[in-house]
Write a protein that binds this ligand. Sequence first.
Ligand code: SF4
Length: 164
Amino acid sequence: MERILVSACLMGRRVRYDGGAKTSSDAWLAGWREEGRLVPFCPEVEGGLPIPRPAAEIEGGAGGAAVLSGAARVLATDGSDVTAEFLSGARAALETARSHGIRLAVLKEGSPSCGALAVYDGSFEGRRVPGQGVTTALLERNGIRVFSEEQVPQAADYLRTLET
Ligand code: SF4
């Protein structure tokens, strides 16, 4: 059975920067959870950041690939540089995925770690730009397909292709 990496906050775990969750009511995710497919993971907590923690954004909205290459940092609202923690969390997510033989993930949209289609632009003014989070970029670079929480039907289609 194919396992699926999923953002822990979508599964109701209170791991977000504000101490809350973003529990998904998606029927596909509920079904996969019943089947025991889901591997919940929070890269930011596993990377060593506390709950709660200051919100963070990728500088310039540059996207996860720029962080992986050292061209951009991840900065928090208190001015601290949390790039190392984000990179550590992304590597831990990749290790966890590999240890389960995982080939697809469904992650929380808009996050500087988990975003698949969009991230915030680094201004902390609530503006999204197209781009990926740091964990998403590292997973995709290593052959793991990442779908946004807004693309779960596409993830289901992809799962079907893996299992046929
Ligand atoms: Fe959710 Fe990902 Fe943010 Fe953790 S890093 S709280 S899993 S969006």
